[in-house]
Write a protein that binds this ligand. Structure first.
Ligand SMILES: *[C@@H]1O[C@H](CO)[C@@H](O)[C@H](O)[C@H]1NC(C)=O
Ligand SMILES: *[C@@H]1O[C@H](CO)[C@@H](O)[C@H](O)[C@H]1NC(C)=O
Ligand SMILES: *[C@@H]1O[C@H](CO)[C@@H](O)[C@H](O)[C@H]1NC(C)=O
Ligand SMILES: *[C@@H]1O[C@H](CO)[C@@H](O)[C@H](O)[C@H]1NC(C)=O
Ligand SMILES: *[C@@H]1O[C@H](CO)[C@@H](O)[C@H](O)[C@H]1NC(C)=O
Ligand SMILES: [Fe+2]
Length: 465
């Protein structure tokens, strides 16, 4: 067992009725004894099946979709044509409809040192029916390809909806295992919340951007059929002034479009969406976030817009975690935590998902917001208005796992394990959601960690988590 809060003395100062829940807090703090196979993660070779170029002249590749508006009635379809710009049109039709509609998008290219991108298309489809399966076709004119997606039910507080969670994916054999486990998980994620660090193209000489293309082809098998909600990580910065590449996020921003204007944001690096019963806020750990910055001002307004009667669940995504007890990247999120944690508590955020640290960790509901420089109150305390912090940076990229943990395990850390895997956040109704973490070594249905979430806004007060 590891050291943790002195439960007895802590319990003395609180009212008798709360002893049970405090005891529960103190029962947390487990470091998993699971020992994974100690192989390095190598990138899949260029001739792997997952990177195959679709046949046909100028065939669309790297097809992926994300939400295209604030409420989930829009979809952004993105794809790349390699040989010529081709068509910007997307044809789409409802499952039970004969009528094919079309939407027109844009095409752009970019250069990165001596790399020139293919023709990157983005097309926003709007005014879709809720809870409807749509087919869509891209590459009209030369070689076309067909895919499908399902729109979410109309926004509402009790709408069941299942989100997947993956972070720091990369393109190794482990990345492929993570994606496969997500796809074959019987809990069936309907939308993937991606917490940053996509392709790891920047691990190659000159940030070889053709590894952005291979990554796009790798994830297509999932991302063309269900929206991936994007968060930018440090591996998206691609800042290399030595070779003249001094515009941060250039490849990422050209390739992955998000509906940031719909939430009143002025940057694709931070934005929010409502989907089913969730209001999802995406923040940027690598854009200015201090007081008075655009991100700060936007989030201040956005929290005012959250309506828990409409979207009962409040979820925040960011790349760099506020709470992580691994040695690698230790305290990197601290300056951002100091600024935003009070808002998370005030607005009763249910859960914060982050990546960056290549491992899994789940916190108790804790906050550390009392410190004012002189009062010495700088230890996380149990706080039922605070979110649970989950680090899920264990997608399987080439940097491998981080295994070194700070010891003893801090009292706020409920469970930690360095294994590759993914998460599922399964919303049942306005009061209950079920979170599970699935490690790649296990069978598809096995839960290596799990927790019932009781909504911070709607649950009755004696509910603990
Ligand atoms: C990746 O996973 C898919 C699905 O499990 C499999 O069909 C494919 O062969 C794998 N590719 C590589 C290179 O591991
Ligand atoms: C870019 O430059 C590097 C280093 O000079 C070279 O190895 C690579 O082949 C070049 N790539 C292209 C697409 O020209
Ligand atoms: C592809 O389609 C475009 C537009 O219809 C046409 O101009 C072009 O010649 C076609 N290319 C080939 C190789 O068929
Ligand atoms: C919140 O949403 C509910 C349900 O849609 C609506 O009735 C109510 O007016 C909204 N509240 C505000 C302040 O907009
Ligand atoms: C909400 O979901 C939980 C878990 O499935 C269930 O126990 C509870 O009865 C549901 N609440 C309502 C009001 O249906
Ligand atoms: Fe990272």
């Amino acid at each position: 067992m590891v050291a943790r809060w002195d439960c007895a003395s802590f319990a003395l100062v609180i009212v008798v009725g709360l002893i049970f829940s405090v005891a529960e807090v103190c029962n947390g703090g487990r470091t998993s004894s699971f020992v994974r196979n100690d192989q390095l993660s190598h990138d899949m070779p260029l001739d792997s099946d997952v990177f195959r170029i679709p046949p046909g002249y100028n065939a669309p590749q790297q097809v992926h979709i994300t939400q295209g508006d604030y409420l989930g009635k829009g979809v952004i379809v993105s794809w790349v044509t390699p040989d010529e710009p081709g068509s910007n049109l997307v044809l789409y039709w409802g499952e039970n409809s004969e009528l094919k509609r079309q939407a027109e998008g844009i095409v752009l290219t970019y250069k990165y040192f001596n790399y020139t991108s293919g023709y990157i298309h983005h097309c926003t489809i709007t005014n879709l029916e809720s809870d409807t399966k749509y087919y869509y076709e891209v590459g009209i004119g030369n070689t076309s390809r067909e895919f499908w997606f399902r729109t979410p039910p109309q926004v509402g507080p009790d709408v069941p909806y299942t989100f997947g969670l993956i972070g720091d994916l990369g393109q190794t054999h482990d990345s492929n295992r993570t994606l496969t486990h997500y796809e074959l998980n019987p809990e069936k994620g309907q939308t993937l919340l991606f917490v940053g660090d996509l392709s790891y193209a920047d691990a190659y000489p000159l940030h070889d951007n053709s590894r952005w293309d291979t990554w796009g082809r790798f994830i297509e098998r999932n991302a063309a059929y269900q929206p991936w909600i994007w968060t930018a990580g440090n591996h998206e910065i691609d800042f290399l002034p030595e070779i003249g590449e001094d515009i941060p996020f250039k490849p990422y921003l050209h390739r992955y479009h998000v509906p940031y204007k719909a939430s009143g944001s002025t940057s694709p690096l931070w934005y929010s969406i409502k989907r089913a019963s969730a209001h999802i806020i995406v923040m940027s750990s690598y854009a200015a976030y201090a007081i008075y910055t655009p991100q700060y001002k936007w989030l201040q307004k956005e929290f005012q817009k959250v309506n828990r009667t409409e979207t009962s669940w409040l979820i925040v995504l960011m790349h760099c975690p506020f709470y992580s007890s691994y040695v690698h990247h230790y305290m990197e999120g601290e300056s951002m935590r100091v600024i935003y944690e009070p808002w998370f508590v005030q607005h009763k955020v249910d859960v914060v998902f982050a990546g960056h640290v290549h491992a899994y960790e789940r916190s108790d509901r804790i906050s550390n917001i009392a410190y004012n420089v002189v009062n010495g109150l700088c230890t996380p305390i149990s706080d039922l208005s605070a979110p649970v912090y989950i680090t899920i940076g264990d997608g399987g990229n080439l940097e491998g796992l981080v295994t070194e943990m700070t010891e003893p395990q801090p009292s706020y850390s409920a469970f930690r394990e360095a294994s590759f895997g993914h998460g599922i956040f399964d919303i049942k109704n306005r009061t209950h959601a079920y979170f599970s973490w699935h490690r790649n070594q296990d069978g598809y249905a096995v839960e290596a960690d799990s927790l019932w979430f009781h909504n911070r806004y709607w649950s009755v007060s004696e509910d603990y988590m």
